[in-house]
Ligand binder design. Structure first.
Ligand code: NAP
Length: 288
Protein backbone atom coordinates (compact mmCIF):
# COMPACT_ATOMS: atom_id res chain seq x y z
CA UNK A 1 0.00 0.00 0.00
CA UNK A 2 1.57 3.27 -1.17
CA UNK A 3 0.68 6.45 0.73
CA UNK A 4 1.94 9.69 -0.79
CA UNK A 5 2.22 12.72 1.51
CA UNK A 6 2.28 16.23 0.01
CA UNK A 7 3.73 19.17 1.95
CA UNK A 8 6.07 16.67 3.61
CA UNK A 9 8.33 19.31 5.17
CA UNK A 10 5.44 21.03 6.94
CA UNK A 11 4.38 20.39 10.52
CA UNK A 12 1.89 17.59 9.75
CA UNK A 13 4.11 16.09 7.05
CA UNK A 14 6.98 15.81 9.52
CA UNK A 15 4.67 14.34 12.18
CA UNK A 16 3.52 11.65 9.73
CA UNK A 17 7.17 10.92 8.88
CA UNK A 18 7.99 10.73 12.62
CA UNK A 19 5.48 7.90 13.21
CA UNK A 20 5.72 6.25 9.78
CA UNK A 21 8.14 3.60 11.14
CA UNK A 22 5.26 2.27 13.27
CA UNK A 23 3.56 1.17 10.04
CA UNK A 24 6.02 -1.10 8.18
CA UNK A 25 3.15 -2.42 6.06
CA UNK A 26 2.79 1.01 4.42
CA UNK A 27 5.17 2.33 1.77
CA UNK A 28 5.20 6.07 2.49
CA UNK A 29 6.35 8.52 -0.17
CA UNK A 30 7.11 11.94 1.30
CA UNK A 31 7.04 14.78 -1.24
CA UNK A 32 8.25 18.20 -0.19
CA UNK A 33 7.11 21.21 -2.22
CA UNK A 34 10.39 21.06 -4.19
CA UNK A 35 9.37 17.68 -5.61
CA UNK A 36 5.61 18.17 -5.77
CA UNK A 37 4.12 21.64 -6.21
CA UNK A 38 0.38 21.11 -5.95
CA UNK A 39 -0.31 24.31 -7.89
CA UNK A 40 1.29 22.65 -10.94
CA UNK A 41 -1.09 20.04 -12.40
CA UNK A 42 1.53 18.51 -14.71
CA UNK A 43 3.88 18.09 -11.74
CA UNK A 44 1.08 16.35 -9.81
CA UNK A 45 0.50 13.94 -12.70
CA UNK A 46 4.22 13.16 -13.11
CA UNK A 47 4.64 12.41 -9.40
CA UNK A 48 1.50 10.24 -9.28
CA UNK A 49 2.67 8.42 -12.41
CA UNK A 50 6.02 7.74 -10.76
CA UNK A 51 4.73 6.48 -7.39
CA UNK A 52 1.21 5.23 -8.23
CA UNK A 53 -0.15 5.95 -4.73
CA UNK A 54 -3.20 4.15 -3.35
CA UNK A 55 -3.72 7.05 -0.92
CA UNK A 56 -2.68 10.70 -1.01
CA UNK A 57 -2.53 12.70 2.22
CA UNK A 58 -2.67 16.33 1.14
CA UNK A 59 -0.82 18.13 3.95
CA UNK A 60 0.32 20.91 1.60
CA UNK A 61 -1.29 24.28 2.22
CA UNK A 62 -0.79 28.01 2.44
CA UNK A 63 -1.14 28.36 6.23
CA UNK A 64 -0.06 31.97 6.96
CA UNK A 65 -3.45 33.10 8.29
CA UNK A 66 -2.67 36.81 8.66
CA UNK A 67 -0.40 37.12 5.61
CA UNK A 68 -3.19 35.59 3.49
CA UNK A 69 -5.19 38.81 3.98
CA UNK A 70 -2.60 40.68 1.87
CA UNK A 71 -1.77 37.71 -0.42
CA UNK A 72 -5.22 36.33 -1.32
CA UNK A 73 -4.09 35.11 -4.75
CA UNK A 74 -1.27 33.02 -3.28
CA UNK A 75 -3.62 31.47 -0.70
CA UNK A 76 -6.21 30.78 -3.43
CA UNK A 77 -3.57 29.19 -5.67
CA UNK A 78 -2.40 26.67 -3.07
CA UNK A 79 -5.54 26.05 -1.00
CA UNK A 80 -8.08 26.30 -3.81
CA UNK A 81 -6.38 25.45 -7.14
CA UNK A 82 -3.82 23.16 -5.47
CA UNK A 83 -6.56 21.10 -3.78
CA UNK A 84 -8.44 20.95 -7.12
CA UNK A 85 -5.29 19.72 -8.94
CA UNK A 86 -4.72 17.03 -6.33
CA UNK A 87 -8.37 15.94 -6.49
CA UNK A 88 -8.32 15.70 -10.30
CA UNK A 89 -5.05 13.75 -10.20
CA UNK A 90 -6.45 11.41 -7.54
CA UNK A 91 -9.46 10.82 -9.80
CA UNK A 92 -7.26 10.02 -12.83
CA UNK A 93 -5.03 7.64 -10.85
CA UNK A 94 -7.82 6.05 -8.75
CA UNK A 95 -6.13 7.29 -5.59
CA UNK A 96 -8.08 7.89 -2.39
CA UNK A 97 -7.58 11.47 -1.16
CA UNK A 98 -7.24 12.44 2.49
CA UNK A 99 -7.29 16.22 2.56
CA UNK A 100 -6.67 18.31 5.66
CA UNK A 101 -8.88 21.30 6.36
CA UNK A 102 -9.53 23.65 9.22
CA UNK A 103 -11.85 24.97 11.91
CA UNK A 104 -11.31 28.37 10.22
CA UNK A 105 -14.01 27.44 7.68
CA UNK A 106 -16.44 28.42 10.47
CA UNK A 107 -17.19 31.97 11.58
CA UNK A 108 -17.18 31.05 15.28
CA UNK A 109 -20.60 32.51 16.06
CA UNK A 110 -22.08 29.15 17.17
CA UNK A 111 -22.19 28.56 20.93
CA UNK A 112 -21.75 24.78 20.69
CA UNK A 113 -19.14 22.53 19.02
CA UNK A 114 -19.27 22.43 15.21
CA UNK A 115 -20.32 19.16 13.58
CA UNK A 116 -19.56 18.09 10.02
CA UNK A 117 -23.13 19.13 9.09
CA UNK A 118 -22.75 22.75 10.15
CA UNK A 119 -22.49 25.17 7.26
CA UNK A 120 -19.10 26.89 6.86
CA UNK A 121 -18.96 30.66 6.75
CA UNK A 122 -15.27 31.62 6.79
CA UNK A 123 -14.41 35.18 7.78
CA UNK A 124 -10.84 35.45 6.46
CA UNK A 125 -8.94 34.69 3.27
CA UNK A 126 -7.25 31.56 4.69
CA UNK A 127 -10.57 30.02 5.77
CA UNK A 128 -12.26 31.05 2.51
CA UNK A 129 -9.56 29.44 0.37
CA UNK A 130 -9.53 26.27 2.50
CA UNK A 131 -13.30 25.99 2.04
CA UNK A 132 -12.84 26.60 -1.68
CA UNK A 133 -10.46 23.59 -1.70
CA UNK A 134 -13.01 21.45 0.17
CA UNK A 135 -15.73 22.33 -2.32
CA UNK A 136 -13.49 21.57 -5.33
CA UNK A 137 -12.68 18.13 -3.88
CA UNK A 138 -16.36 17.36 -3.27
CA UNK A 139 -17.26 18.35 -6.83
CA UNK A 140 -14.51 16.23 -8.41
CA UNK A 141 -14.38 13.13 -6.23
CA UNK A 142 -16.68 10.54 -4.72
CA UNK A 143 -13.80 8.93 -2.84
CA UNK A 144 -12.41 11.47 -0.41
CA UNK A 145 -11.80 12.11 3.25
CA UNK A 146 -11.71 15.75 4.37
CA UNK A 147 -10.37 15.99 7.90
CA UNK A 148 -10.96 19.33 9.62
CA UNK A 149 -8.66 20.05 12.50
CA UNK A 150 -7.69 22.95 14.77
CA UNK A 151 -4.81 24.58 16.67
CA UNK A 152 -2.16 22.07 15.54
CA UNK A 153 1.12 22.00 17.46
CA UNK A 154 4.18 19.75 17.69
CA UNK A 155 7.94 19.88 17.94
CA UNK A 156 7.94 20.36 14.13
CA UNK A 157 7.52 23.52 12.07
CA UNK A 158 6.07 26.79 13.30
CA UNK A 159 3.19 26.69 15.76
CA UNK A 160 1.71 28.39 18.84
CA UNK A 161 3.49 26.13 21.35
CA UNK A 162 6.91 26.84 19.86
CA UNK A 163 6.16 30.57 19.62
CA UNK A 164 5.19 30.66 23.31
CA UNK A 165 8.37 28.83 24.33
CA UNK A 166 10.50 31.19 22.26
CA UNK A 167 8.80 34.28 23.72
CA UNK A 168 9.23 32.88 27.23
CA UNK A 169 12.98 32.72 26.64
CA UNK A 170 13.04 36.35 25.47
CA UNK A 171 10.57 38.15 27.78
CA UNK A 172 9.31 38.33 31.37
CA UNK A 173 5.67 38.95 30.46
CA UNK A 174 3.35 37.69 27.71
CA UNK A 175 -0.26 38.69 26.98
CA UNK A 176 -2.49 36.05 25.35
CA UNK A 177 -6.14 36.26 24.31
CA UNK A 178 -8.63 34.47 26.53
CA UNK A 179 -11.86 34.96 24.58
CA UNK A 180 -11.18 32.69 21.60
CA UNK A 181 -12.17 29.12 22.45
CA UNK A 182 -11.05 26.00 20.58
CA UNK A 183 -9.12 22.78 21.03
CA UNK A 184 -5.39 22.16 20.54
CA UNK A 185 -4.40 19.19 18.37
CA UNK A 186 -1.16 17.31 18.81
CA UNK A 187 0.13 16.78 15.24
CA UNK A 188 1.23 13.25 16.16
CA UNK A 189 -2.35 12.35 17.22
CA UNK A 190 -3.63 13.85 13.96
CA UNK A 191 -1.00 11.96 11.93
CA UNK A 192 -1.96 8.73 13.65
CA UNK A 193 -5.69 9.10 13.03
CA UNK A 194 -5.09 9.91 9.34
CA UNK A 195 -3.09 6.68 8.95
CA UNK A 196 -5.80 4.77 10.84
CA UNK A 197 -8.32 6.03 8.28
CA UNK A 198 -6.11 4.80 5.39
CA UNK A 199 -5.76 1.41 7.05
CA UNK A 200 -9.46 1.02 7.82
CA UNK A 201 -10.36 2.01 4.27
CA UNK A 202 -7.84 -0.45 2.81
CA UNK A 203 -9.51 -3.23 4.85
CA UNK A 204 -13.00 -2.19 3.62
CA UNK A 205 -12.28 -0.78 0.13
CA UNK A 206 -15.86 -1.24 -1.07
CA UNK A 207 -17.45 0.53 1.87
CA UNK A 208 -18.49 3.84 0.29
CA UNK A 209 -20.13 4.92 3.56
CA UNK A 210 -16.72 5.66 5.08
CA UNK A 211 -16.04 8.64 2.80
CA UNK A 212 -16.84 12.22 3.74
CA UNK A 213 -15.91 15.04 6.09
CA UNK A 214 -14.57 14.33 9.59
CA UNK A 215 -13.62 16.57 12.48
CA UNK A 216 -10.52 15.79 14.49
CA UNK A 217 -8.80 17.57 17.38
CA UNK A 218 -7.89 16.49 20.88
CA UNK A 219 -10.71 16.37 23.46
CA UNK A 220 -11.74 19.27 25.66
CA UNK A 221 -11.64 22.98 25.02
CA UNK A 222 -9.70 26.02 26.16
CA UNK A 223 -8.71 29.55 25.27
CA UNK A 224 -5.30 30.46 23.79
CA UNK A 225 -4.52 31.83 27.27
CA UNK A 226 -5.31 28.43 28.88
CA UNK A 227 -3.21 26.72 26.21
CA UNK A 228 -0.24 29.03 26.90
CA UNK A 229 -0.67 28.57 30.68
CA UNK A 230 -0.47 24.79 30.32
CA UNK A 231 2.57 25.03 28.00
CA UNK A 232 4.42 27.14 30.59
CA UNK A 233 3.30 24.90 33.47
CA UNK A 234 4.68 21.78 31.76
CA UNK A 235 7.92 23.60 30.98
CA UNK A 236 8.28 25.04 34.51
CA UNK A 237 8.43 28.48 32.94
CA UNK A 238 8.10 31.37 35.40
CA UNK A 239 6.86 33.84 32.78
CA UNK A 240 4.14 36.29 33.83
CA UNK A 241 1.11 35.47 31.66
CA UNK A 242 -1.64 38.08 31.23
CA UNK A 243 -5.12 37.24 29.83
CA UNK A 244 -6.37 39.83 27.33
CA UNK A 245 -9.46 40.20 25.10
CA UNK A 246 -9.15 39.84 21.31
CA UNK A 247 -9.89 43.56 21.02
CA UNK A 248 -6.52 44.23 22.68
CA UNK A 249 -4.67 42.06 20.14
CA UNK A 250 -5.89 43.11 16.67
CA UNK A 251 -4.73 40.89 13.79
CA UNK A 252 -5.24 41.27 10.01
CA UNK A 253 -7.39 38.10 9.91
CA UNK A 254 -10.45 37.76 12.11
CA UNK A 255 -10.40 34.48 14.08
CA UNK A 256 -13.45 32.44 15.11
CA UNK A 257 -14.40 33.18 18.74
CA UNK A 258 -15.55 29.57 19.22
CA UNK A 259 -14.32 26.77 16.96
CA UNK A 260 -14.50 23.62 19.09
CA UNK A 261 -15.05 20.62 16.80
CA UNK A 262 -17.50 17.82 17.62
CA UNK A 263 -15.66 14.51 17.13
CA UNK A 264 -18.63 12.11 17.51
CA UNK A 265 -18.51 11.03 13.86
CA UNK A 266 -14.82 10.08 13.66
CA UNK A 267 -15.05 8.32 17.03
CA UNK A 268 -18.02 6.20 16.00
CA UNK A 269 -16.97 5.41 12.39
CA UNK A 270 -13.27 4.75 13.01
CA UNK A 271 -13.45 3.69 16.70
CA UNK A 272 -10.67 6.13 17.59
CA UNK A 273 -9.98 6.98 21.20
CA UNK A 274 -8.99 10.63 21.49
CA UNK A 275 -6.87 11.93 24.35
CA UNK A 276 -7.69 15.23 26.08
CA UNK A 277 -5.57 18.17 25.00
CA UNK A 278 -3.76 18.58 28.34
CA UNK A 279 -2.61 14.93 28.42
CA UNK A 280 -1.57 15.06 24.79
CA UNK A 281 0.43 18.24 25.39
CA UNK A 282 2.31 16.52 28.24
CA UNK A 283 2.82 13.46 26.06
CA UNK A 284 4.32 15.72 23.39
CA UNK A 285 7.34 16.28 25.61
CA UNK A 286 7.90 12.58 26.23
CA UNK A 287 7.70 12.02 22.44
CA UNK A 288 10.78 14.15 21.84
N1 NAP B 1 -1.28 24.47 11.82
C1 NAP B 1 -2.53 24.55 12.28
O1 NAP B 1 -2.79 25.05 13.38
C2 NAP B 1 -3.67 24.02 11.44
C3 NAP B 1 -4.97 24.12 11.95
C4 NAP B 1 -6.02 23.62 11.19
C5 NAP B 1 -5.77 23.04 9.96
N2 NAP B 1 -4.50 22.96 9.49
C6 NAP B 1 -4.28 22.35 8.18
O2 NAP B 1 -3.41 21.24 8.36
C7 NAP B 1 -2.62 21.04 7.19
C8 NAP B 1 -1.16 20.93 7.57
O3 NAP B 1 -0.78 22.14 8.20
P1 NAP B 1 0.68 22.35 8.82
O4 NAP B 1 0.51 22.89 10.18
O5 NAP B 1 1.49 21.12 8.61
O6 NAP B 1 1.18 23.52 7.86
P2 NAP B 1 2.67 23.97 7.51
O7 NAP B 1 3.60 23.59 8.59
O8 NAP B 1 2.58 25.38 7.08
O9 NAP B 1 3.03 23.06 6.24
C9 NAP B 1 2.47 23.28 4.99
C10 NAP B 1 3.38 22.68 3.97
O10 NAP B 1 2.78 22.88 2.70
C11 NAP B 1 3.81 23.13 1.78
N3 NAP B 1 3.33 23.84 0.63
C12 NAP B 1 2.94 25.14 0.52
N4 NAP B 1 2.61 25.41 -0.74
C13 NAP B 1 2.77 24.26 -1.44
C14 NAP B 1 2.60 23.89 -2.79
N5 NAP B 1 2.17 24.77 -3.71
N6 NAP B 1 2.87 22.63 -3.16
C15 NAP B 1 3.32 21.73 -2.27
N7 NAP B 1 3.53 22.00 -0.98
C16 NAP B 1 3.25 23.26 -0.57
C17 NAP B 1 4.83 23.94 2.54
O11 NAP B 1 6.07 23.76 1.88
P3 NAP B 1 7.27 24.83 2.02
O12 NAP B 1 7.75 24.65 3.41
O13 NAP B 1 8.24 24.41 0.99
O14 NAP B 1 6.63 26.17 1.78
C18 NAP B 1 4.79 23.31 3.92
O15 NAP B 1 5.78 22.32 4.03
C19 NAP B 1 -2.97 22.21 6.27
O16 NAP B 1 -3.94 21.80 5.34
C20 NAP B 1 -3.58 23.25 7.18
O17 NAP B 1 -4.49 24.09 6.50
C21 NAP B 1 -3.44 23.44 10.21
Amino acid sequence: MVVLVTGANGQLGQAIKFISGNYPEINFVFCASSELDITNKKNCEEVFHKYKPNYCINAAAYTAVDKAESEPEKAHLTNGIGAKNIAETCKDFNTVLLHISTDFVFDGSQNKPYTELDIPNPTGVYGKTKWEGEKAIQEILNQYFIIRTSWVYSQFGANFMKTMLRLASERDTISVVNDQIGTPTNAIDLADVIIQICKKHSQQPNDQSLFGIYNFSNEGQCSWYDFAKKIFEINNSKIHLIPIPTTSYPTPAKRPAQSVLDKSKIKSVFCVIIGCWEDSLEKNYSNK
